[in-house]
Write a protein that binds this ligand. Structure first.
Ligand code: AMP
Length: 176
């Protein structure tokens, strides 16, 4: 992977301390999205990684995973499926809970979203503890989808989210 392209993407991520609460260093991707060249480079790099895999479906995780996932699906001639926060999807929905540092959260997917055997790429902007991505993968597995990858713009390696995805090798453009 070209270091120049990665360096350029890295320069477009803004660190915001203490957001949304004290002690969190928030990785703000809005400068990246505001740069046409930066955003396109991100899509290029993820597309290059998975082009030979030819995913049938891209699952984007609410909400920033929608931005990258939907754009990738359109480019890669795949369908786009949203994994959403609870209570947002209108039709028959499945839910997977996952642990947070304090408490629980969950993600949902329509039960008819994935055809059995479909090759699925899960996409989000960032993997931290890996709970959200794990839950999205679990929803796909319940519908007998085959997970062919999990792609992120940013990986916070010190939180070891990749361990939670056991068996799935995450692909990330930037590691902190
Ligand atoms: P996790 O389930 O811990 O892997 O958290 C991943 C989700 O939380 C992703 O959807 C991210 O958008 C969001 N997230 C977690 N930590 C951060 C952070 N430091 N900066 C920006 N987004 C974050």
């Amino acid at each position: 992977m070209s270091d120049e392209r990665i360096d350029r993407i890295r320069s477009l991520i803004r660190d915001v301390p203490d957001f949304p609460k004290p002690g969190i260093l928030f990785k703000d991707i809005t400068p990246l999205l505001a740069s046409h060249e930066g955003f396109v480079t991100c899509l290029d790099l993820i597309q290059e990684r998975y082009a030979s895999v030819r995913p049938d479906v891209i699952v984007g995780i609410e909400s920033r995973g929608f931005i990258f996932g939907a754009a990738l699906a359109a480019r890669m001639a795949a369908s786009f499926v949203p994994a959403r926060k609870p209570g947002k999807l209108p039709a028959d929905t499945d839910r997977v809970e996952y642990e947070l540092e304090y408490g629980k959260d969950s993600v949902e997917m329509h039960r008819d979203a994935i055809a059995p055997g479909a090759k699925v790429l899960v996409v989000d902007d960032l993997i931290a503890t890996g709970g959200t991505a794990w839950a999205a993968c679990e929803l796909v597995r319940r519908q007998k989808g085959e997970i062919v990858g999990a792609a992120f713009v940013i990986e916070l390696t010190f939180l070891d989210g990749r361990r939670k995805l056991d068996g799935i090798e995450p692909f990330s453009l930037l590691r902190y």
